[in-house]
Design a protein around this ligand. Structure first.
Ligand SMILES: NC(=O)c1ccc[n+]([C@@H]2O[C@H](COP(=O)([O-])OP(=O)(O)OC[C@H]3O[C@@H](n4cnc5c(N)ncnc54)[C@H](OP(=O)(O)O)[C@@H]3O)[C@@H](O)[C@H]2O)c1
Length: 279
């Protein structure tokens, strides 16, 4: 999809963090924007900001993990902005904790928001996209989906699933005008879940892995749609080389992943344990 101007994108998780930057980047491409999340005030503020720049942007309050709400969301977007050309599955949640101590409901919630919701939304937008022979599904996954990180077991599993979901969609709909991509950021500073973790614990990943920015992730989203790329890693480190290494030497890769994340998630799990212990 070389030209995005005038087309419509739905960005989930647009109330804060990386989603805000993705929406701004798509607005720069002159797309119409449907902004979805549960926080009305934040969504309305972003919609007002983008509308002030001459972009048609609307806020849609929805919990993407609720089946009824997802279908209703797409209906409302269709009514107000027309059919969706680009779906950005960005809404996501994480939780650092010791796996066997994590309540089952928390594990299930992570899979529901991070993996089942993108599948549900994609399944609902696909028929229209196929009819128009135009559409792109972008899944904001994570490097955590490439190297299952300790203390983020369900998060890593959900992101690994999301990467393969994007790849499989891409294969299944090849030649139809509809495609899919996975964007895999590393640790993002300035905004979002890792920035909050950093503020909570001060823990940083190994300098070998480094950190990236929400602007770089937003740029990658525009790039994967325009160039129809299967997957992009957004990380200052030699990500592709590291993935190749991990495929060749999976036993070593688990240890390397652990040392590169430098116990960021362990410290966060400890901080959360203290917080919940105090409540
Ligand atoms: N930050 C990082 O370092 C990093 C690294 C790699 C990948 N990622 C991925 O990037 C994406 C964005 O992360 P972020 O850092 O921007 O996180 P964030 O600051 O926590 O924002 C998450 C967004 O998802 C929305 N959301 C959560 N649950 C939802 C639900 N049930 N229904 C609708 N919206 C929901 C939140 O809005 P409401 O609370 O208003 O609903 C919010 O807008 C996620 O998929 C994350 O896994 C982030």
């Amino acid at each position: 999809m070389r030209e995005l101007s005038g087309l419509t994108a739905l960005v989930t998780g647009a109330s804060r963090g990386v989603g805000v930057y993705i929406a701004r980047a798509l607005a720069k491409e002159k797309m119409q924007l449907a902004l979805a999340a549960r926080s009305a005030a934040e969504l309305n503020a972003l919609a007002a900001e983008l509308s002030g720049q001459g972009v048609r942007a609307r806020a849609f309050v929805a919990d993407v993990a609720a089946a009824d709400s997802a279908a209703e969301l797409l209906e409302r977007v269709g009514r107000e902005l027309g059919p969706i050309d680009v779906l950005v599955n960005n809404a996501g949640i994480e939780q650092s904790s010791v796996f066997h101590e994590t309540p089952l409901a928390d594990l299930e919630r992570m899979i529901a928001v991070n993996l089942v919701a993108p599948m549900r939304l994609s399944r609902l937008v696909l028929p229209g996209m196929l009819e128009r022979r135009r559409g792109h599904v972008v899944c904001i996954a994570s490097l955590a989906g490439k190297f299952g990180p300790a203390f983020q077991v369900a998060y890593g599993a959900s992101k690994a699933g999301l990467i393969e979901f994007a790849h499989a969609l891409r294969s299944e709909y090849l030649g139809t005008g509809v495609s899919a991509s996975a964007v895999c950021p590393g640790f993002i500073t300035e905004a979002g879940m890792y920035q909050r973790m950093l503020e909570r614990t001060g823990a940083r990943p190994s300098p070998l892995l480094g950190t990236t920015t929400p602007q770089a992730v937003a740029k990658a989203v525009v790039r994967v749609v325009k160039r129809d790329l299967a997957e992009v890693a957004v990380s200052p480190g030699p990500a592709r080389l590291t993935f190749a290494f991990a495929q060749l030497f999976p036993n070593l890769a688990v240890g390397v992943a652990r040392s590169l994340t430098n116990d960021v998630f362990r410290k966060d799990a400890e901080a959360r344990r203290h917080e919940t212990g105090r409540q």
